[in-house]
Ligand binder design. Structure first.
Ligand SMILES: [Zn+2]
Ligand SMILES: [Zn+2]
Length: 166
């Protein structure tokens, strides 16, 4: 495939992905709401071997995951403040990209079998939940790696104020 590039608002920080994402996470947690300013983060996950910074150098802000206590590194442009991607102490081989920073945010597909919608317990009332993609209250897996329960809906739902019954 043709390498897909993206970058920050000012153009100083640029990156490239040379392969399809392994999967896509749609995360509704409050951390992602704060980080994006939107309802959720669309996060294509790439193997580190196919992802490179091609101009500029990101600043990195490190915090700890509320769930695992392990470090999460937020990479961003020092000049304009745009966040481009995340890396993780828990998953050393991958990066999670802020999808909207790709020059073409529609170049990859959110394939139901390789995607998930997580942290619906924190979703904003006007968030749209997509059909065909498993939904989880929190993380997909517990810290011991077992799978949490999920539901998959058949038509799109605006989350509203209703209780999300997983
Ligand atoms: Zn910038
Ligand atoms: Zn999140």
């Amino acid at each position: 495939m043709k390498p897909q590039q993206g970058g920050c608002l000012c153009g100083g920080l640029r990156y490239e992905a040379r392969d399809e994402p392994g999967h896509v996470t749609l995360c509704h947690c409050h951390f992602c709401q704060r980080a994006t300013g939107g309802t959720h983060m669309v996060e294509p996950i790439f193997d580190k071997t196919v992802f490179d910074i091609i101009s500029g150098a990101p600043k990195v802000w490190t915090t700890r995951s509320a769930g695992s206590g392990m470090k999460v590194h937020v990479h961003f442009c020092e000049t304009c403040g745009t966040k481009t991607h995340l890396s993780f102490e828990r998953f050393l081989d991958i990066v999670g990209v802020y999808a909207g920073t790709f020059d073409d945010p529609n170049w990859f597909d959110v394939i139901p079998d390789a995607s998930k919608q997580i942290f619906l317990e924190a979703a904003q009332q006007n968030a749209v939940i997509l059909p065909g993609i498993p939904c989880f209250n929190g993380h997909m897996r517990k810290l011991d790696d077992t799978l949490n329960p999920s539901v998959t809906i058949q038509t799109p739902v605006v989350i509203g104020k209703a209780h999300w019954g997983i």
